[in-house]
Write a protein that binds this ligand. Structure first.
Ligand SMILES: [Zn+2]
Length: 309
């Protein structure tokens, strides 16, 4: 009886063992593939072929990463003022009119941010605006974007503490060669990393801030793609936003941006409305040294004609 049973089951044992082994191997292979593929695709999609095996701090979710290259085909129009700042400091005594115009005092800046908080505005990142324009992701009421051109060190000293206090996000467009050179007027890479870790987007304003008009492909690649790669190398996360030097662009620049992985680009022309087919020419609202709080409030509603009168 026992012998019979043994003889009956014996042939099945190797089969069961083989099945079990196959199952274990399949599970191990699957786990291995997932471990390898998940982070790779996560950051690989976002950087146009550049594959990192481990997700860096601040890496965006797959949904956000995918959002950059397309959309759901719906043309949207969204009103969200993108404020444009340069210096956040008291201009030096000998400052010319140009520098004065580009400088908002820390006191005025704090008052403007307090106004946003008190008036129900919610600062969002340009990545949020990108998702909203391409995929219809909902935005909070009264969305506003804070952008800072050139990457001056006074952003770190005067603007960042206020933004942190209020829990506001922002975008800083850096001229990467100025950071490379250790120019004291500009952020250091260490400061840029600290800002990025605190939720501030550090994005491209080229390597050297040259005019991009009438340039060949090699020049554009070096200045634009080169600066994006520099940011990724220093911050450990890809950059997809671009700001044209002096707000100037031509067709060659516009055509090259998507190839370089640029999802959104900002200009200096005024306006608060954005459309899905204009993501590389986002209008902004210039905040100047002489912008008082009343004007600031009117600019947010794009009623500057009324404010000026
Ligand atoms: Zn600039």
């Amino acid at each position: 009886m026992i012998a019979n049973e043994l003889s009956r089951y014996r042939p099945l044992r190797p089969l069961r063992t083989a099945l079990l082994m196959a199952l274990l191997i399949a599970v191990a292979v699957l786990v291995g593939m997932l471990a390898m593929l998940w982070p790779a695709s996560w950051s690989g999609w976002s950087s146009g072929g550049l594959v990192a095996m481990t997700p860096a701090a601040g890496v965006r979710s797959p949904a956000e990463v995918l959002a950059g290259d397309g959309g759901d085909g719906t043309l949207r129009r969204i009103a969200a003022p993108v404020l444009m700042y340069h210096y956040i400091s008291v201009p030096p005594e000998d400052a010319d009119a140009y520098r004065q115009d580009l400088s908002v005092t820390p006191e005025d800046f704090r008052a403007q941010m307090a106004y946003l908080a008190a008036s129900g505005y919610t600062p969002i990142s340009l990545y949020d605006l990108n998702l909203a324009l391409r995929w219809g992701t909902p935005l909070p009421p009264r969305p506003v974007v804070l952008t800072f051109d050139d990457g001056y060190r006074d952003f770190y000293e005067h603007a960042f503490p206020v933004l942190q206090e209020l829990g506001f996000t922002a975008t800083v467009f850096v001229i990467t060669a100025r950071l490379d050179a250790g120019d004291p007027a500009y952020l250091t890479w260490a400061q840029a990393r600290e800002l990025a870790a605190a939720g501030i987007d550090i994005e491209s304003h080229t390597k050297d801030h040259p005019s991009l008009i009438g340039r060949d492909a090699e020049f554009l690649h070096y200045q634009i793609k080169g600066s994006l790669e520099s940011i990724e190398a220093h911050l450990g996360r890809p950059a997809h936003l671009f700001c044209y030097p002096a707000g100037r662009w031509d067709e060659a620049v516009l055509a090259a941006l998507p190839e370089y992985g640029v999802w959104l680009a900002v200009v200096t022309e005024g306006g608060i409305e954005h459309t899905t087919d204009g993501v590389h020419l986002l209008r902004r609202v210039r905040i100047s040294g002489d912008t008082d709080l009343e004007t600031f409030a009117a600019l947010l509603r794009w009623e500057w004609d009324r404010a000026a009168s």
